[in-house]
Design a protein around this ligand. Structure first.
Ligand code: NAD
Length: 491
């Protein structure tokens, strides 16, 4: 594959490439340009040159490109979903939903062009009109991770483009091939050259060059908290605008009055979809003591029945993790959990069989009798590992839920309205789901976290605030003196 700069598909200026690996087989299936500073500069030059013409186009016309891109993704859904499976290992049913969500985001944000409202302020003086106009921020660097490459990519690209910004897109090296599918769609609908550019390569080279480039006006970053903190440090002295969507260690609370089977099924999907590689994954399941054993039995039994294998198979529930190193990381956490005294109730290691030992598969692992101070309950594992933590009542459950440096998603299963409101009020997170797992945002509602999970919410109408800057305009139509002017003689 190639990078996309100024409307052309090009290799890296150094000629270097790296291999894209299928996580289900460990086999290389594509080569990807290893971009560097020169390539970022070329992409920024192109995005810079396209600023004016793109910004001058009425928003409704900009939105037409984004709408058509969304509709084209829907038309090609199955083919693009297969690239998603091949590149990041998602099960095909999940990949279709993820790619579908990318289309939905494009369609939703194309409508924003007709909702770019602003304010008229009643002036304090007579014969004066005061209004606020919105303008694009300028040139936006969109940096994405690999776990939901199509949808997360579109969450940045679509609102940035509709609101009149030009973009340099830097996808994760682990998902460059599927990310290029988004760019191809924009190319097919005739997006003018330079408006969207994509540079592939390492975070330390391409990402770093992009954030160091002073012509970039805004960073939209989704990734690890540590990377986000570093980028925020680079942005701060430049007073650069940024949206930070970072890691999570999300708690799902199960109250003793909950229907345990229903809660367990939802928790299972929240913990193990995308093989647990979701910023919103339910990695701590906090259960009231009285039902902890029963819940644990139901949950572990369901986990052990999950179908784990190549995402290309329609019957597969859980695919591989993204890479060999991510597999090692998950296995190390499983060992740490056992060392610290949590009990493995399901899974607990890698697969030995011929097919799965070639790929990066980890058994969906459930720890029971865990404590919130264990490593498995503190760190973001980003793999198919979750821990059940028994607690004494809902107040303690909320305390434990909050005892983390993260604050992205949360959930509670209960039929008791008091518990519901305690959770809404008490959990310090960007999202709280009631009687749903921790996953499954909606495009029309703001999405984001607090604490180390980041700041600035994506999706919903919030996007308009992030991707436009406001200017207040005062129009004095008295065209005369004001009482406070200097009392100089006239004429
Ligand atoms: P990562 O931080 O390693 O990488 C994310 C992106 O940043 C990649 O494109 C990478 O190349 C780039 N990058 C790395 N170093 C950089 C630098 N110095 N300058 C600029 N860019 C740089 O994250 P990852 O491992 O790809 O993704 C997993 C993480 O993403 C998890 O922590 C997960 O929780 C988080 N995530 C958050 C959300 C959310 O919306 N809050 C959504 C999905 C994933």
């Amino acid at each position: 594959m190639k990078m996309y700069i100024d409307g052309q598909w090009v290799g890296s200026s150094s000629g270097r490439e790296f291999a894209a690996v299928n996580p289900a087989t460990g086999e290389e299936f594509e080569t990807v340009p290893m971009g560097g500073e020169e390539d970022v500069k070329a992409a920024v030059d192109a995005a810079d040159a396209a600023r004016k013409s793109w910004r001058d186009l009425p928003a409704s016309q900009r939105a037409d490109y984004v709408l058509r891109a969304g509709l084209l993704i829907r038309e090609q859904l199955d083919a693009i979903a297969k690239v998603d499976v091949q590149n990041v290992g998602k099960p095909i049913r999940e990949a279709r939903r993820e790619v579908g969500a990318a289309a939905t985001a494009a369609i939703y944000f194309s409508g924003m062009a007709r909702r770019m409202y602003s304010n008229v302020v009643d002036s304090e003086q007579p014969k004066k009109f005061t209004m606020v106009v919105r303008r694009p921020v300028g040139l936006v660097g969109v940096i994405t991770p690999w776990n939901d490459p199509a949808s997360l990519g579109m969450w940045g690209l679509a609102p940035a483009l509709v609101t009149g910004n030009t973009v340099v897109f830097k996808p994760s090296s682990n998902s460059a091939v599927i990310s290029a599918e988004l760019v191809k769609v924009f190319e097919k609908v005739g997006l003018p050259k330079g408006v969207l550019n994509m540079v592939t390569g390492g975070g330390g080279e391409v990402g770093e060059a992009l954030i160091r480039n002073r012509r970039v006006d805004m960073t939209v970053f989704t990734g690890e908290s540590a990377t986000g903190r570093h980028i925020a440090e680079v942005n701060a002295p430049l007073f650069r605008r940024q949206v930070m969507e970072l890691g999570g260690k999300n708690a799902l609370i199960v109250a003793k009055d909950a229907e345990l089977e229903v809660a367990a099924r939802a928790a299972l999907y929240a913990a193990f979809s995308s093989a647990g590689q979701k910023c919103t994954a339910a990695s701590r399941i906090i259960v009231e003591e009285e039902v902890a054993d029963k819940f644990s039995r139901i949950f572990a039994d369901l986990a052990s029945k999950l179908v784990v294998g190549s995402g290309m198979r329609e019957d597969v529930d859980v695919g591989p993790v993204i890479s060999w190193s991510q597999k090692e990381k998950a296995l190390n956490y499983i060992e740490a959990g056992e060392r610290e005294g949590a009990v493995v109730l399901a899974g607990g290691g890698a697969y030995e069989d011929e097919e799965r030992s070639k790929g990066f598969f980890v058994k969906p692992t459930v720890f029971g009798s865990a404590h919130n101070d264990m490593k498995i309950a503190r760190d973001e594992i980003f793999g198919p590992v979750t821990a059940i933590i028994p607690v004494d009542g809902i107040d303690e459950a909320i305390e434990v839920a909050n005892d983390t440096r993260y604050g992205l998603s949360s959930a509670i299963y209960t039929k008791d309205i008091k518990n519901v409101f305690k959770a809404i009020d008490g959990i310090d997170a960007g999202l709280t789901f009631v009687n749903q797992g921790t996953v499954g945002p909606e495009v029309g509602a703001p999405f984001g976290g607090v604490k180390d999970s980041g700041f600035g919410m994506e999706l919903g109408e919030e996007a308009l605030e992030h991707f436009t800057k406001k200017k207040t305009v005062f129009i004095d139509y008295s065209y005369g003196d004001r009482p406070w002017y200097f009392g100089l003689p006239k004429g």
